[in-house]
Design a protein around this ligand. Structure first.
Ligand SMILES: [Zn+2]
Length: 129
């Protein structure tokens, strides 16, 4: 990977990190408990809250991936699959710049997340679903 490609990915990743941080902050504010007096409203608020919590969770996992990718850029290990250590094709990085895996490892990971076997697999950090 050339220096200018790395610079480009760094910009994309930093922009994504800023976007995620802002969105997580906004959603967390929205999570403040609304004390509605109507029991039906309370039930609905709880359901909304549950939905919002799951959304924040997903955003936080993605943020960790983005930060992991930025760290890899600093350490010069960016663009290498965290599992098989093959280079991740540039096309894939352009589609998902924070992806720590090549396509085939990602597929195996998804397979194992669905209850399939994948021995000796240690994700480097929590993964976005
Ligand atoms: Zn791989």
């Amino acid at each position: 990977m050339t220096k200018s490609q790395k610079t480009r990915f760094k910009k994309v990743l930093e922009a994504k990190r800023g976007e995620l941080l802002r969105e997580i902050g906004e959603r967390r504010q929205g999570l403040a408990i609304d004390t509605a007096s109507d029991p039906m409203d309370q039930v609905r608020n709880l359901a909304d809250r549950d939905f919002a919590v799951r959304g924040v969770d997903r955003l936080c996992r993605m943020l960790r991936q983005v930060e992991g990718a930025l760290r890899e850029l600093r350490e010069n290990t960016y663009g290498v699959c965290a599992r098989c250590e093959e280079e991740i094709p540039l096309k894939r990085l352009e589609a998902v710049p924070w992806s720590p895996f090549c396509v085939s490892c990602q597929e195996r990971l998804e397979h194992s997340a669905q209850g399939g076997e994948w021995e000796d697999f240690e994700p480097p950090y929590a993964l976005a679903s």
